[in-house]
Design a protein around this ligand. Structure first.
Ligand code: HEM
Length: 241
């Protein structure tokens, strides 16, 4: 019964996640840009815009210019997320690709505490939001909720890795069953069930949350516009008759 419910909710959550993101991206793509507002100094050609976008999206260059501490917290969180994703691939594919195995062995050998790297910046961002008056003033429930959700996902992951180990073979069988549309029973480890439930909540919540910034950044006119108002006249879409 539990497995059937989770199978249903998993497919449901994935559908909301995918369609939610597609709808948001579509909405961003068709939103007209009435003004030419690239953030100066801005690139004067398309290649330059792409390079700037890559630097902004991958290294958070604007954040670096604005606040070095938050930049450091953001980098640590996103790096940890990347490592977590890489180390989770083994649950999704069989056999596990050689590079992923090597990466796994590498992180284990240098003893990187991935879980802590993941939750430490979340704790920092949470404390900053509660502590700093002007940030607390502009914070709404959604800002706290997403941090708490990610924290709980990380905490349940760490608990599984270091304290209450789930049956990894059962986890893998369950996940591959879902991917191949041949559902298998859900592992009964309560921490795994918690981890998985929180991830389903994250999937459903993602398109409606501020986490959608990971897609939205590419549609930001201050970032994606070419600084060429003298060479090419920018016409307000509402003026095109
Ligand atoms: C269907 C998707 C997922 C499954 C089946 C899953 C399963 C697991 C399992 C079994 C562990 C224990 C790892 C081990 O024993 O080596 C774990 C750890 C962890 N998971 Fe997930 N997880 C999923 C998605 C996620 C997502 C989306 C995130 C982050 C947003 C996440 C964050 C973590 C973290 C931070 C750890 C601790 C890693 C460590 O300390 O090495 N998981 N997960």
């Amino acid at each position: 019964m539990l497995s059937t419910c989770y199978t249903f909710f998993t497919y449901f959550a994935i559908m909301i996640f995918v369609f939610g993101i597609l709808c948001k991206v579509w909405k961003y793509a068709i939103t007209p840009n009435p003004l030419k507002i690239p953030l100066t100094p801005a690139p004067t050609n398309a290649i330059g815009v792409i390079i700037r976008m890559i630097f902004d999206a991958a290294l958070f260059k604007s954040l670096f210019n604005g606040n070095k501490f938050i930049w450091l917290g953001g980098c640590a969180l996103h790096l940890a997320l990347l490592i977590v994703v890489a180390s989770h691939i083994r649950f999704f594919v069989s056999p596990v690709p050689e590079p992923i195995m090597l990466l796994q062995t590498f992180f284990q050998s240098i003893g990187v505490f991935i879980g802590l790297l993941f939750i430490a910046p979340i704790i920092y961002l949470f404390i900053r939001r509660v502590w700093v008056d002007r940030i607390r003033f502009v914070s709404i429930f959604a800002d706290y909720f997403v941090l708490i959700l990610l924290f709980c996902i990380g905490l349940s992951g760490i608990t599984m890795k270091y304290f209450i180990r789930p049956d990894i073979v059962a986890v893998k069988t369950f996940i591959i069953g879902l991917i191949s549309f041949a559902p298998e029973p859900m592992p009964t480890n309560p921490i795994f069930i918690t981890h998985f439930t929180l991830i389903l909540i994250l999937l459903v919540y993602f398109p409606f949350s501020k986490l959608i910034h990971s897609f939205g950044i590419f549609f930001s006119p201050t970032r994606n516009q070419i600084d060429n108002p003298r060479e090419k006249r920018h016409v307000n879409p509402w003026d095109k008759q």
